[in-house]
Design a protein around this ligand. Structure first.
Ligand code: SF4
Length: 345
């Protein structure tokens, strides 16, 4: 089956449209174990390390089944990188989806138009028809996936499921055929229902937020230091499944509405609204502390930090901000900071 990849910092790519086109949506992730050299020929040294890593992989060649890439409006790095992809990535289909910065009625109309443009371009390129019934079918399937992920996520709070295992699961769901994902999630939920709480109660319960954190090894690293991710607001986490898409009415409008109403990312306006969901999570999950991770040069998350620092201080919730390099060696160098944080909470 053909695949369409998406390069997206805020998970606002409508996977349902790709599924309705009988293709598999595949989210692109970084690989912290590779060196970067080719991408450096195209981007300045202050360009986000995560976005640079994906550009490197694309230049070297993506999976052969990937017939196109959708870059969805995220931050300035992803937006400008699309120009570079147009120049140096040889794929039959490259599309920039302009997911709006704002979340009002005008933005909704704008997004609906651009999703329709995406449908038109896919139909033209691949000589297919993407009909409403199939989009609605894909919405129902994705909603089932979201329901299952929400249920499974709760087992982190019940101290039954490691945050790293959950992270790896969400990541996998974003990369495989969704029918297969559905079966994996159903099986996982059944297994979890029969498991008892076994994680050490002395683990510190953490709300994780920040940039795209896509290396499961990083979550394992935090766990090795006694920090359990009980909840998150990241895109390989709750941002991917917190709400559902309305299954009544016009499917394209429903998709656009869904993306404009889910937990906001730092790249969107007003980004400070992000604090509302973080506050809600801290209360609902009674977290011991909040960890905010910025990938090196991730400006949107860097700008959020002073505001978050002030607000969490007001709430007397321990808060740690860390800017890190996108490679595993750098995790070890941060051990002392995470250990010190664990000690004070
Ligand atoms: S990690 Fe930050 S700078 Fe990098 S692509 Fe995501 S939002 Fe943009």
């Amino acid at each position: 089956m053909k695949k369409i990849a998406y390069f997206d910092a805020a998970v606002e790519t409508p996977e349902e449209i790709i599924i309705a086109a009988d293709m598999i949506p595949v989210r692109l992730f970084g690989n912290p174990t590779i060196g970067i050299d080719r991408a450096n020929e195209h981007v300045p040294p202050t360009h986000c390390v995560w976005a640079r890593n994906i550009l490197e992989q694309a230049i070297k060649g993506l999976d052969h089944d990937i017939k196109g890439v959708i870059t969805t409006h995220g931050c300035d790095c992803t937006n400008r990188e699309f120009d570079i992809w147009l120049e140096c990535i040889k794929l039959p289909f490259l599309f920039f989806l302009n997911a709006p910065l704002k979340r009002n009625e005008t933005a909704l109309k704008f997004f609906i138009k651009d999703i329709k443009e995406l449908i038109f371009q896919l139909e033209e390129q691949f000589q297919i028809k993407i009909v409403s019934d199939k989009i609605m079918e894909a919405i129902r399937k994705m909603n089932q996936i979201r329901n299952l992920l929400r249920d499974i996520s709760d087992y982190r709070a019940k101290m039954i499921l490691e945050g790293s295992e959950f992270h790896a699961l969400v990541k996998r769901v974003q990369q495989i055929d969704k029918s297969e994902a559905l079966e994996i999630l159903k099986t996982k939920l059944e297994v979890l229902k029969n498991k008892k709480s076994h994680l050490d109660n002395k683990l510190k319960k953490i709300l994780l937020t920040g940039s795209v954190i896509d290396d499961t090894e990083f979550i394992r690293f935090l766990e090795s230091l006694g920090l359990h991710i009980i909840i998150d607001d990241i895109c390989i986490g709750t941002k991917y499944f917190w709400n559902n898409i309305d299954e009544n009415g016009d499917p394209i409008k429903a998709i656009a509405k869904y993306h404009l109403s889910k937990p906001i990312y730092s790249t969107k306006f007003p980004s400070y609204e992000r604090f509302k969901i973080l506050k809600y999570f801290t209360e609902k999950y009674k977290v011991d502390g909040v960890i905010n991770i910025a990938q090196k040069f991730c400006e949107p998350v860097l700008y959020d930090h002073p505001y978050f620092s002030k607000k969490f201080k007001e709430l007397e919730i321990p808060y740690l901000f860390v800017e890190m390099e996108y490679n595993r060696e750098s995790y070890k160098q941060l051990t002392t900071r995470f250990e010190a944080f664990r000690e004070i909470i």
